[in-house]
Design a binder for this molecule. Structure first.
Ligand code: DX5
Ligand code: ZN
Length: 227
């Protein structure tokens, strides 16, 4: 089983802003650039306004790379889909606290099939919303933008929330890692890690319109080390 604590701080690039006509090359670049995981943003057009992609892209990713797949489900009633995404190759499945009525059961369902379980929080959802589930999850994903689109600016106040979550996890002596997602770039990644993140997601920052993804990943990793 994947050990999330063994690779900290870790980089989980999101392919949301990648060129989907060359997916195999995209995964190759992520490997060359030293990504730890691949973050796959699944959006259903209901929990968030847009539809991104679903199972066929996760299956394609599984065939194209050996990097662990970090699947972020921005969908309503995620419990209906977790087993399909694990069968498609997800190593980590993260569901939103706001979208899942019976979080404990869903986390158990993910573990029973053999994947790691994450719970995600929108910017306006308080840390207390996950306090009771914390002992049972492998990862808490703190959204630092409203989910739905890549390329937005990180909301500064969400870093205070990361700090509060870090304190809570440490005080409770729990193994859950903190993932931060949204608007992360070289200029703010040190602050994100300083606030308590173990895993950082980056989408638009690692797929610059005219630049190299390998270079962008290395720049981000360099900035992470400075924290
Ligand atoms: C937002 C997604 C994020 C996002 C990352 O709904 O969950 O993973 O696309 O992209 P950037 O880094 O551009 O905010
Ligand atoms: Zn995401």
């Amino acid at each position: 089983m994947l050990d999330l604590r063994a690779r900290r701080p870790a980089l989980s690039p999101s392919i949301l802003n990648a060129d989907f006509s060359h997916l195999a090359q995209v995964f190759r670049q992520l490997e060359l650039g030293g990504a730890d995981y691949v973050h796959l943003d699944v959006m259903d057009g209901r929990f968030v306004p847009t539809i991104s992609f679903g199972l066929p892209v996760v299956e394609a990713a599984r065939r194209a790379t050996s990097l662990p797949l970090d699947v972020h489900l921005m969908v309503v009633e995620p419990e209906r889909h977790v087993s399909d995404f694990i069968a498609a190759g997800a190593a980590i499945v993260t569901v939103h606290a706001e979208a899942c009525l019976h979080l404990y059961r869903t986390v158990q369902q993910i573990h029973a099939i053999g994947a790691l379980a994450g719970v995600a929080l929108n910017p306006a959802t308080p840390v207390t919303a996950v306090e009771e589930i914390l002992p049972f999850v492998d990862l808490v994903l703190v959204m630092t933008v409203e989910p739905g689109y890549g390329g937005q600016a990180l909301i500064p106040a969400t870093l205070r929330k990361v700090e509060r979550l870090r304190r809570l996890i440490d005080e409770m002596g729990l193994p859950a890692v903190i993932e931060v997602d949204g608007g992360v770039k070289p200029s703010n990644v040190a602050a994100v890690i300083e606030a308590g993140a173990d895993v950082v997601v980056a989408g638009s920052a690692v797929f610059p319109p005219n630049g190299s993804t390998v270079d962008a990943l290395q720049a981000l990793r360099h900035a992470m080390r400075r924290s």
